[in-house]
Design a binder for this molecule. Structure first.
Ligand SMILES: Cc1ncc(COP(=O)(O)O)c(C=O)c1O
Length: 379
């Protein structure tokens, strides 16, 4: 099956009772045994639930892995993956990762002596120089948040494997429609399904996908042991959202490209970051490793915080809100919103300055979005 067919069909054949076309919501915490030691494959929802299994099969098929687990949030997925490692292990992390990733890495290094070095992964020499004998993982996020920098997943995976480290990719920004890290050598993929996979801004969720038997066993153990699995109802909503993932991603990309091109010509704009613009520094790499340039755009206004705030104050159709990947357009100021919890030194090094505004471009009529941005920038 091709991707779009998998998105619609995988995991839906779960209803043996009435043949419902759509996966039922098994809103139950527990399942009755048929006899001592005999059950129908499910005993307790923390361990597994049929609605969640349907979603896991679907995400697993889209990413091309061997096992997926649907988790309560993107952060819970990230925290679960960090439990693959032990005290004293070293993780190399991209320096402009999601602020919450930096926060949990900081917490785990304080609590459990997980060692972390942040590097600008665009330059592979930086990565080579930062590798230590105890480096066990590379944490890769591309395109990055909010600056849309692209790193070379294939080259980074090769480097990780040469040093017996695992390559973990946060694939939230593009979804499996826009990028499939296993094809490029990754070992573990994490998602905030809150974003494009669900796509309707009504669920907080996460996912982990692995492609080896060893990681699959560990993943199953950890999801149950930590109790991080997604609720049946939220699993059902994400599965419902995924059915339209392919057409949504096409519209997000088309609108984002039009918005980026418009912003480039605007006198109030200093710089535009969008991997689909030919002047993006990693445009060729993005074309090679991605199937889509995605729906995220960031830009710098001329001036400073006052001008950035003014855009947010005057915008009408875009909602000033955190998160991304929903059908409706969102706008926000990373320095004071998503990245507020990040270590300020790392944030500045990563280039998340006061002029940066991030857009999650939705699937509205793009002319309305452009006119809205124009009036807010003029104001
Ligand atoms: C790239 C990325 N990874 C992980 C997360 C965390 O996901 P959640 O908010 O679902 O916990 C986010 C949230 O914005 C994100 O942007």
């Amino acid at each position: 099956m091709r991707l779009q067919t998998k998105a619609v069909h995988t995991g839906v054949d779960k209803d043996s009772a009435f043949n419902s076309v759509i996966t039922p919501i098994y809103q139950t915490s527990t399942f009755a045994f048929e006899d001592v030691g005999i059950h129908k494959g499910y005993d307790y929802t923390r361990t597994a639930n049929p609605t969640r299994t349907a979603l896991e099969e679907n995400i697993c098929a889209l990413e091309g892995g061997i096992r997926a687990r649907a988790i309560a949030s993107g952060m819970a997925a990230i925290a679960t993956v960090l439990h693959f490692f032990k005290s004293g292990d070293h993780i190399l992390c991209t320096n402009d990762c999601y602020g919450g990733t930096e926060r949990i890495l900081r917490t785990y290094s304080e609590l459990f002596n997980l060692q972390v070095t942040y590097v600008d992964m665009i330059n592979l020499d930086n990565v080579r120089n930062a590798i230590q004998p105890n480096t066990k993982a590379f944490w890769i996020e591309t395109p990055s948040n909010p600056l849309l920098n692209i790193v070379d997943i294939k080259a980074l995976c090769e480097l990780a494997h040469n040093h017996h480290a695992v390559a973990i990719v946060d694939n939230t920004f593009l979804s499996p429609v826009g990028q499939r890290p296993f094809e490029l050598g990754a070992d573990i993929i994490v998602h905030s399904t809150t974003k494009y996979l669900n796509g309707h801004s009504d669920v907080v969720g996460g996912a982990i996908v692995v492609n080896s038997a060893e990681h699959a066993e560990r993943l199953h153990y950890l999801t149950n042991a930590l109790g991080q699995g997604q609720s049946p109802f939220d699993s059902w909503l994400v599965l419902r959202g995924i059915k339209t993932l392919v057409p949504r991603m096409k519209m997000h990309e088309a609108n984002a490209l039009a918005v980026a091109k418009f912003l480039e010509t605007h006198p109030a704009v200093k710089k535009v970051n969008y991997p689909g613009l030919e002047n993006h520094p990693q445009y060729e790499l993005a074309k090679k490793q991605q199937y889509s340039f995605g729906g995220m755009v960031s830009f710098e206004v001329n001036g400073g915080i006052e001008q950035a705030n003014s855009v947010l104050h005057h915008i009408k159709i875009f909602a000033v809100a955190e998160s991304l990947g929903g059908i409706e357009s969102l706008i926000f100021h990373p320095q004071t919103m998503t990245h507020a919890s990040m270590n300020p030194v790392l944030r500045d090094q990563a280039g998340v300055n006061e002029r940066v505004i991030r857009l999650s471009v939705g699937i509205e009529d793009v002319q309305d979005l452009i006119e809205d941005l124009d009036q807010a920038l003029k104001a």
